[in-house]
Design a protein around this ligand. Structure first.
Ligand code: ADP
Length: 875
């Protein structure tokens, strides 16, 4: 797998490399800057301390010189010579004390000694009682330099106090200046005694940096001669004793282990070398180490140092490396962390990428397999309508190879025209992009393949949405329906034949029923006359025969009447008179008629609502009553002994009244529901529910009500009862068209077409019809209009109708208007667009029927035979 992503590995590697190099370069720069800053700081502290020490030393030397030059000092030296130091005149002491006392307090002198050069007799003033002889013995070279005329400053050193019993020696700095006689000969020395903690150590203590930095001094032997910052630590480390100070007690040796971590110290410190700093400083050189070395506690430090020739001491400024590089160490940790995280991140991203690629490749493969297996043509485009994918079926149908089609506009590959108008059909991608919804091509769409072949196709296009639900393309699915069309055409021809045969049958039945009714009425009439003949009354058995004739005859007459109605409706010969009538009144009439039938079975009629106000419907009074009576009589016929019939009215969807007739009868089994309105359908197989009837009532009811632009339906549960209902347009409903005699133009074929068209228009105008069903209705209306126009044109030509050309233009306009309105509605699916389409179609057709076709009828008079023949030839 990694082999496939070699390039990517290199890119990831380089990314890591660049990231790390940049990070570490930045760190290197910061490190250098930190070191430079550290060096500067340490050097500044060291040099400041050194200069301060030098100026302090110069100051005390100056003071000693001044005191040595005072006449009182010289006089005292002369007096010492006289007395040989044995018994000093107390008055002279007093004079000196008076002279020096106040000054020594200001300058913190601990003692002041005056020595006579020739016999080294000496005396001390002020408070320090150091044994002056011991002082002399310890500082031979010190005095030699004074006798040579120099002012001398001794380094801090340990001296025994005057009181020999005192165990602890004390640390002192001595400053000596020569006392001269009149002849300028050095005859004595004035020595001042100072505590190293005043001035000397104070200056060095000022050089303590941060929490661990210190500046200290040590002599040529490596002995620490200034105060240490770490006395407490050194005691714990066992490098000095309890109560001891580090100054003048420890040498700058490296314990060679960090005693702060691994302490306390065991062994002899003198077996260990001097620290690297001390070793270098004692070669009388200045130096610096920022990399780190052990100090006298074994703790890694960084430092700078110098050998001061004038003071004859080494001075060092050091700081714990940990503190000095605290920022750098944290920074380094951050950098290492960053390095690890970024490496891990890049690695992780790489893995994710690799997995993602694998998944993508798999899903690509799956998609390709799926597309290749689909039996319909599939083309996917991007948002601009350029081809992105194409499956083999699409390649075959369009005649384009995907490789050639890829990236090209869909219009180049998928050229579609309307089969009837031959005009290009709107690009389905544009339709989908505009509406964001699934769109289908209307029927009669022809794909012009690259090969020149013309294929009748059906298709639909749907938006492709990304994870954010944004449209990122369109997928078009289409198939070759040429065969289906051929079959549909054949079917339609067959249907046409069947319809014509049915029409002929209906016409025959209509005339036959009529012919049958007359003799039937005669039979019944004569039979009744036999019964009522008082002159020759019938015997009992004869009367029984006549009763049988009458019963059979009535049944037959009922059958004939219903068949007659049926045949008339089917052959569109049923006369219909539309008027506004009160539905409640009709219901009342029906109840009155049906009540006598209820009595034998003790059936109760309940009117659930008893409206005070009339409910006006627009319908044919007679036919409405007939249909309602049918339902009523069924509700009685199929009811149980002592059952009920409930009547209810309700305004349903805008503009329709529904009349319910419910019974508590035998009900209808579920498996019979679908065929209940079929002609001659009776549930007669079951003798318990078979009642007298013809099996035509419901069929006639349905056809009648539909003829009146209404609907019939029912709900039923076996053993519980049934509810049948009739729906008719309210008087206020002007949108629903009812085919009535007023619309009849008198040309049979045209009137028949108009009835179909009005039925379709009513279907289109019903708001309860679903979206896809509406599309199918528009389609059917479109097809039927084309069919009607062809027939109409034939008639117009035959009748030499003078406005044929004008009519052609009007029809063309209608076609393109329907196309654009339908297109707009299909694309945007806005209710208001549908309403536009409905209104336009309704008014166009009404105008066409009332004006154009009525006018045509004038020219068709007397040509009915020829018209029928011409239309037959057309089909
Ligand atoms: P029929 O003359 O047989 O009543 P219809 O066309 O009126 O013919 O009814 C067809 C069949 O539907 C009836 O035979 C009956 O089985 C069933 N049917 C109609 N109305 C009802 C009802 N209210 N309850 C139960 N069955 C019914």
């Amino acid at each position: 797998m990694l082999k496939n992503y070699g390039g990517l590995s290199i890119i990831s590697g380089i990314a890591i490399g660049v990231l790390l190099t940049a990070g570490w370069l930045a760190y290197g720069k910061i490190e250098a800057e930190v070191k430079t800053g550290l060096e500067k700081t340490l050097n500044t502290v060291l040099q400041t301390s050194r200069k301060s020490l030098e100026s302090w030393a110069g100051g005390v030397k100056q003071e000693a010189t001044v005191w040595a030059g005072l006449p009182v000092t010289q006089a005292f030296v002369a007096h010492l010579a006289e007395k040989h130091g044995s018994s000093i005149n107390p008055h002279r002491h007093e004079v000196l004390q008076k002279e020096f006392g106040p000054l020594s307090k200001v300058h913190n002198y601990l003692g002041l000694y005056i020595f006579r050069k020739d016999n080294l007799s000496a005396t001390s003033f002020l408070t320090d009682n150091i044994n002056v002889l011991a002082l002399y013995a310890q500082n031979k070279s010190f005095f030699e330099e004074i006798w040579a005329g120099k002012v001398v400053l001794s380094l801090p050193k340990r001296v025994k106090p005057h009181d020999q019993t005192a165990k602890l020696a004390v640390a002192r700095i001595f400053v000596g200046a020569p006392v001269r006689d009149q002849e300028n000969n050095v005859v004595g020395a004035l020595v001042l005694s100072l505590s190293p903690q005043d001035g000397f150590s104070q200056i060095l203590q000022r050089g303590r940096l941060g929490n661990s930095g210190e500046t200290y001094a040590f002599n040529a032997s490596g002995l620490l001669i200034s105060e240490s910052r770490f006395d407490a630590q050194l005691r714990q480390m066992n490098l000095i004793k309890p109560g001891q100070r580090a100054a003048l007690n420890i040498y700058i040796h490296d314990p060679e282990t960090n005693l702060l971590v691994n302490g306390p110290f065991v062994g002899n410190i003198h077996d260990h070398p001097l620290t690297r700093m001390a070793t270098h400083a004692l070669t009388f050189q200045d130096g610096m180490n920022l990399e780190g070395y052990n100090d006298y506690r074994g703790v890694p430090v960084v430092g700078v140092w110098a050998w001061d020739k004038s003071l004859n001491i080494a001075i060092a400024t050091e700081m714990d490396a940990e503190e000095a590089y605290l920022f750098l160490t944290s920074m380094k940790k951050v950098m290492i962390g960053l390095t690890i995280i970024s490496t891990a991140l890049v690695g992780f991203l790489f893995i994710i990428y690799v997995i993602g690629r694998e998944k993508l490749a798999t899903s690509e493969e799956d998609l390709s397999i799926t597309l290749n297996c689909i039996g319909e043509g599939v083309i996917a485009t991007d948002v601009s309508g350029n081809v992105m994918r194409m499956n083999p079926v699409a390649e075959k149908l369009s005649g384009w190879l995907f490789e050639e089609a890829k990236g090209r506009p869909l219009e180049d590959i998928f050229k579609v025209i309307n089969a009837i108008t031959k005009k290009p059909v709107m690009n389905p991608v544009k339709k989908v992009m505009a509406s964001g919804k699934v769109a289908g091509l209307s029927n009669h769409t022809i794909l012009l393949a690259r090969t020149g072949e013309k294929l009748q196709i059906a298709d639909s296009a749907a938006p492709i949405r990304n994870r954010k639900n944004k449209i990122c393309g369109v997928v078009l699915v289409f198939r070759d329906v040429s065969d289906e069309y051929t079959m549909a055409e054949e079917l339609s021809t067959a249907l046409g034949d069947a319809e014509r045969a049915n029409q002929a049958k209906s016409e025959f039945l209509a005339s036959m029923s009529h012919e049958l009714r007359t003799p039937m009425n005669a039979v019944l009439g004569f039979a009744q006359m036999l019964q009522f003949d008082l002159k020759y009354p019938l015997s009992l058995s004869q009367n029984e025969y006549v009763e049988n004739i009458l019963a059979g005859g009535h049944h037959l007459l009922e059958l004939i009447n219903e068949i007659l109605d049926l045949a008339r409706i089917e052959s569109d010969q049923l006369p219909v008179t539309v008027e506004s009538i009160d539905a409640c009144k009709i219901i009342e009439d029906c109840v009155a008629l049906i009540l006598p039938l209820c009595q034998p079975q003790n059936i109760k009629i309940i009117q659930s609502a008893d409206p005070v106000l009339p409910i006006m419907v627009r319908t044919d009074r007679l036919r409405f009553k007939q249909a309602l009576l049918n339902l009523h009589s069924n509700a009685v016929k199929y009811n149980k002994q002592g059952g009920t019939i409930t009547l209810k009215t309700k305004e349903i969807e805008a503009g329709f009244l529904r009349v319910y007739v419910s019974d508590t009868g035998v009900g209808i089994p579920d498996d019979e529901h679908h065929s209940i309105f079929n002609m001659f359908h009776r549930l007669g197989a079951d003798p318990t529910i078979a009642r007298e009837g013809t099996g035509i009532g419901l069929t006639v009811t349905k056809l009648l009500i539909e003829r009146l632009a209404g609907h019939v339906g029912f709900e039923s549960e076996e053993g519980v009862g049934s509810t049948f209902w009739i729906e008719l347009p309210l008087a206020s409903n002007t949108k629903t068209l009812i085919w009535s005699d007023a619309l009849q133009v008198g040309i049979g074929a045209i009137d028949q077409d108009h009835q179909v068209i009005i039925r379709l228009l009513n279907k289109l105008c019903r708001s309860s019809v679903g979206q896809s069903e509406l599309a199918a209705v528009v389609e059917e209306l479109w097809d039927y209009s084309q069919y009607h126009f062809r027939r109409e044109e034939t008639i117009m030509k035959l009748c030499e109708y003078p406005h044929l050309e004008h009519e052609r233009v009007a029809q063309e306009k209608l076609v393109s208007k329907i196309e654009s309105l339908n297109e707009a509605w299909q694309t945007y699916q806005e209710p208001e667009m549908l309403e536009n389409l409905r209104t336009f179609l309704r008014s166009w057709w009404l105008d066409h029927i009332i004006n154009v076709n009525t006018e045509l009828a004038k020219y068709a008079k007397g040509k009915e035979q020829r018209i029928r023949k011409a239309l037959n030839d057309l089909e």
